[in-house]
Design a protein around this ligand. Structure first.
Ligand code: F6R
Length: 615
């Protein structure tokens, strides 16, 4: 996710100040590097930094900049580290075209090779840079600016929200959208604005045009024309929408909190993560297949993602993977870390001090060790200390409690597991395809669940309001879901929870159960189901208030439960393996509404920080 802002005006304005304010209000979409291009008297100037918008402001004194056109960008790196070179805007060979982009051009490698063979020189490692060069090529062929942009976009696979300017047409910004948002605001007859999201436009106008997929707009001072990219001859008649949100509400896209917004972003985060190139998973799979010893390490939510992933990978790998919390990594392995080991480290921020320390210690102790990592942040410390890394595509997560990053971490681990199954021929091709099909349908399952279940989860929370203690119990792979779901309730709603094995809970924890004690059972119909039914009965017999999370067609656990949350998914082994992904939104929602019920801010849990950089 990145933020785009642009403006074009009849009069000369303080464009530097306006553009900076614009991208600052989009900083929640990304903040690892930024840049601006502005035009003055037919000359295009581009300024960029690796760092925050304030750094750019100080470095270039941009508040003093006046002019009539600017496009600006705040980046969340996906292709290429957050360096100055990789920051947007990107330009063509002539320096006449500047372009900012949010999204991913999936076929950029082929297009880059083709452009290089025609003599184009590239300055960055980004997918974006192919866009101004392609436009340059079409302009050279004699197409006008609009047609050159359209032809360029038609050659691209993937997602884009773009804004582009060209010195030979100084009174125009072209914007276009496919899967990445673009909004347009018009101050009639004076100024036109474009942005990735509404908050950037709101200080200037409440009348916004929202571009749909495959639409393109030509912005001129105080007016806009709209076209369809696939059929660009005739203009489209588009009506503006009146936005009455506050700027703060708009950043949360109308959601009351970032946590809720980020839960609802999970389907998109998963779809984007599913687009990561297969070769990355193959590299991980090959290392895991050839290793003698494998460890997986992480902290908090990432550790629970690791536990779910470890179970998935073990299933096909036929070798045991040891999961160790990062803070105890060294204590467990001192004197025992052997040659030909692989460490899989998981961290959304890529900066957790204990995770970094664990892998640095391991590298120092056994120099042939391989570090493979999964993170959400390109250029983070974890990526620098790793031999190979995969970056999830959840986009920036603002809520302190991890939600969408968790599901994308588990998706990546599931894809590694399937790659191992393929390489090892552990199961038939048909079976592998069935697992992939199930994986691809996880975003739809979550979307469907979120669409229909908000009210039932809210009601459940109201009934539970007085309880302070909870058990979250499960067996097999779902123990990870129980622990993660419980952690969410603990951190955002300040309830005491124990996330535990349902079988093991009778060796102690069960002594706490009295009439009405809430116990949440995670009960997919997998190989552990029949025994879990027995555990549910044990807790029910002692007066427990049973809440179960089950698949759509469940009967036995449902009959034993006081309340059931049903996840709309088929009951078969392919979907059962993926329940750490599809069942978790229910528990995240439960935690979210419980926080509200107790008057707490779910985005800022007490005593917690988003990134923990102390030991
Ligand atoms: C819980 C949460 C934390 C983090 C933990 C590790 O919602 O967010 O438990 O998961 O601090 O952080 P990362 O994944 O950045 O290493």
């Amino acid at each position: 996710m990145c933020g785009i802002f642009g403006l074009i005006s009849k009069e000369c304005l303080d464009i530097g100040e306006i553009a900076l304010e614009g991208i600052k209000s989009l900083e929640y979409r990304g903040y690892d590097s930024c840049g601006i291009a502005f035009q003055n008297g037919g000359k295009l100037t581009v300024k960029k930094v690796s760092g925050k918008i304030n750094d750019m402001q100080k470095k270039f004194n941009l508040e003093t900049l006046s002019g009539h056109l600017a496009i600006a960008h705040t980046r969340w790196a996906t292709h290429g580290a957050p360096t100055e070179r990789n920051s947007h805007p990107h330009t063509d060979c002539t320096g006449d075209i500047a372009l900012v982009h949010n999204g991913i051009i999936e076929n950029f490698m082929e297009l880059k090779d083709e452009l290089k063979s025609k003599g184009h020189i590239f300055k960055s490692e980004t997918d974006t840079e192919i866009l101004p060069h392609l436009i340059e090529d079409f302009l050279k062929e004699g197409f006008n600016f609009k047609e050159a942009v359209i032809r360029t976009l038609k050659r691209c696979k993937g997602a884009y929200g773009i804004a582009v300017c060209y010195t030979k047409e100084p009174d125009v910004i072209i914007v276009a959208r496919k899967e990445s948002p673009i909004v347009i605001g018009i101050e009639e007859g004076k100024i036109s604005y474009c942005a990735s999201d509404i908050p950037a436009i709101l200080p200037h106008t409440r009348s916004c045009y929202i571009l749909e997929d495959d639409e393109l707009a030509i912005l001129q001072p105080g007016k806009a024309e709209f076209y369809n990219i696939q059929n660009s001859v005739n203009k489209i008649d588009k009506k503006p929408e009146y936005i009455n949100w506050s700027v703060d509400d708009a950043k949360k896209n109308g959601y009351e909190h970032f946590m809720l917004k980020e839960i609802f972003e999970e389907p998109t985060a998963i779809r984007n993560t599913l687009k990561i190139e297969m070769k990355d998973f193959q590299i991980f799979a090959k290392h895991l297949l050839s290793a003698d010893h494998i460890y997986i390490t992480a902290a908090g939510t990432s550790y629970y993602a690791a536990l779910a992933g470890k179970y998935m990978i073990n299933k096909f790998l036929g070798k045991y993977i040891q999961g160790i919390e990062c803070s105890e990594f060294q204590n467990n392995l001192i004197g025992a870390l052997e040659k030909n080991s692989v460490i899989l480290a998981v961290s959304q921020s890529g900066e957790t001090a204990d995770t970094i320390e664990a892998i640095r210690w391991a590298k120092k102790t056994q120099n042939d060790i391989k570090i493979l990592s999964i993170t959400n942040v390109v250029g983070s410390s974890l990526t620098r200390y790793s031999d190979h890394y995969i970056v999830t595509r959840a986009g920036p997560e603002i809520g302190v409690a991890s939600t969408k990053t968790y599901v994308t971490q588990v998706i990546v681990l599931a894809l590694i597991a399937l790659e191992i199954a393929k390489l090892k021929k552990a199961i038939s091709k048909e079976e592998i395809q069935k697992y992939y099909d199930a994986l691809i349908s996880t975003p739809d399952i979550i979307e469907n669940f979120l669409d229909k279940n908000i009210h039932s989860v809210k009601n459940l929370v109201r009934n539970l309001e007085k309880n302070i203690n909870y058990f979250f119990l499960a067996r097999g792979i779902s123990i990870a879901t129980a622990k993660e779901g419980g952690l969410k309730l603990k951190e955002v709603a300040c309830r005491f929870i124990e996330g535990y094995s349902a079988a093991h809970a009778k060796h102690g924890p069960i002594s706490l159960v009295r009439k009405g004690f809430p116990i949440i059972f995670i009960a997919p119909p997998d190989e552990t189901y029949e025994r879990l039914v027995g555990n549910v009965m044990e807790f029910k017999a002692r007066g427990g208030y049973i809440i179960s999370v089950v698949s759509e067609s469940d009967k036995k656990v449902t009959e034993l439960s006081n309340v059931t949350i049903r996840i709309p998914q088929p009951s078969n082994k392919y979907f059962n393996l993926l329940t750490p992904i599809t069942f978790i939104p229910a528990l995240q929602l439960l935690a979210y509404y419980a926080a509200l019920e107790h008057g707490l801010d779910p985005d800022k849990p007490l005593n917690l920080a988003k990134t923990v950089t102390v030991h």
